[in-house]
Ligand binder design. Structure first.
Ligand code: R5P
Length: 287
C-alpha cells in the first residue's frame, strides 16, 4: 500500500503510513505565480493500492482541487485501487438545499470524488446522509470515542458531557459512555453564521467537570454560549472538545476568554488544538 499525502494532511498521512507500515509517497506541490497548482506524485503507482490522505479545510477549494488532482493522477498512473481519505470533508454543513435553487455543495464534492476514487473514508461527516451522495464504497469513522479516551487517560473525573445542540447528542453519548458518566444536550438556534442563541435549561453540573463536545468548532459561537450556560450553573471546570477544529479567526481565544479550561480537537485539521490523532482509526479502516 502507498499513502499519498495531500498538503493539508502531511503529518496525519505520515502517521497513517507508519500505522500501516506502508510506503509514504513523495509529492511535489508548487503554486505558479498566477495561483495555478503543479502536482507530481513521485515513484511508481501502477498496480499499487493507493490511499490519498487530504483534508479539505480552508482554503477549501484549493484543497479540494488538490485532492481531485491527486486521485485523477493515480487513476491515469494505473493504480490498482484508490482510496480517498478525507478527514475533514468541506461543505458538509450544506448537506441539502435549504432554499429553492441552492447548490448542495457536499453532493458536488462527493460526486467528484466518486469519479476518481474506488473508496471514500471520512470522519464525523456532520450528516451521515452525505454518504449516500457517493457512488463508490463510502464509510464514515466516528472519532468521538477518541475524545472520551483523551479525557479518561487524563483522569478527568466527576464529569458530565454536554452537546451544544441536539445534532451532537450521539457524540456526547459516546464520549460519556467512555467516561462512564451522564450526558445531556442544549437547544441551540442559529441566527446566522457565527451567531447562535441557546435556550435556558437546568443542567445537573454544579461542582462538576463539564465536557462540551461538538463535531465542529468554527467561529466558536456555539461553544461560547454553552460555556456561559455551564458557568452560570456552577460547573467547576469546563473542557471543550471537537472532532474538526476549523477554528476560524480568534475562535480558540474566544473559548478561553469565555472560561474554557482546555480546548482540544483531533488532527483531522492541523490546528493549534489538534492533540488527538485519528491515524489509528484511519489505519484500522484501511486494513
Ligand atoms: C453545526 O451544526 C455544527 O455541528 C457546529 O455546531 C457548528 O458548525 C459550530 O459552529 P460555530 O463554532 O461557528 O458556532
Amino acid at each position: 500500500m502507498i499513502v499519498i499525502p495531500g498538503t493539508a494532511s502531511q503529518v496525519l498521512a505520515k502517521e497513517v503510513a507508519d500505522e500501516l507500515n506502508a510506503e509514504l509517497a513523495g509529492v511535489t506541490c508548487r503554486v505558479f505565480p498566477d495561483g495555478e497548482l503543479y502536482l507530481r506524485i513521485e515513484g511508481e503507482v501502477a498496480g499499487e493500492e493507493c490511499v490519498v490522505v487530504q483534508s479539505t479545510p480552508r482554503p477549501q477549494n484549493r484543497n479540494i482541487f488538490e485532492l481531485l488532482t491527486l486521485l485523477e493522477t493515480l487513476r491515469e498512473g494505473g493504480a490498482e485501487s484508490i482510496t480517498a481519505v478525507v478527514p475533514y470533508f468541506a461543505y458538509a454543513r450544506q448537506d441539502r438545499s435549504f432554499a429553492r435553487g441552492e447548490a448542495v455543495t457536499s453532493r458536488v464534492l462527493a460526486k467528484h470524488i466518486s469519479l476518481h476514487a474506488d473508496r471514500f473514508v471520512g470522519i464525523n461527516l456532520h450528516k451521515s446522509a452525505i454518504l449516500d451522495y457517493f457512488t463508490i464504497e463510502a464509510e464514515e469513522i466516528d472519532a468521538s470515542p477518541e475524545l472520551g479516551e483523551y479525557f479518561r487517560s487524563r483522569g478527568v473525573k466527576d464529569c458530565v458531557v454536554i452537546s451544544p445542540d441536539k445534532g451532537a447528542l450521539a457524540m456526547a453519548s459516546q464520549v460519556a459512555s467512555c467516561l462512564g458518566c451522564e450526558h445531556d444536550y442544549l437547544e441551540k438556534t442559529r441566527l446566522g453564521p457565527g451567531e447562535v442563541v441557546v435556550k435556558p435549561k437546568n443542567l445537573n453540573v454544579q461542582g462538576m467537570n463539564a465536557i462540551i463536545v461538538d463535531d465542529i468548532i468554527d467561529s466558536g459561537g456555539s461553544m461560547v454560549e454553552a460555556i456561559r450556560m455551564l458557568r452560570a450553573q456552577g460547573a467547576a471546570n469546563i473542557y471543550v472538545a471537537c472532532i474538526h477544529a476549523v477554528a476560524t479567526g480568534s475562535a480558540i481565544a474566544r473559548l478561553f476568554a469565555a472560561g474554557a479550561k482546555e480546548v482540544v480537537g483531533t488532527n483531522t485539521i492541523a490546528s493549534q488544538v489538534s492533540f488527538i490523532s485519528v491515524a489509528p482509526r484511519i489505519a484500522q479502516a484501511l486494513r
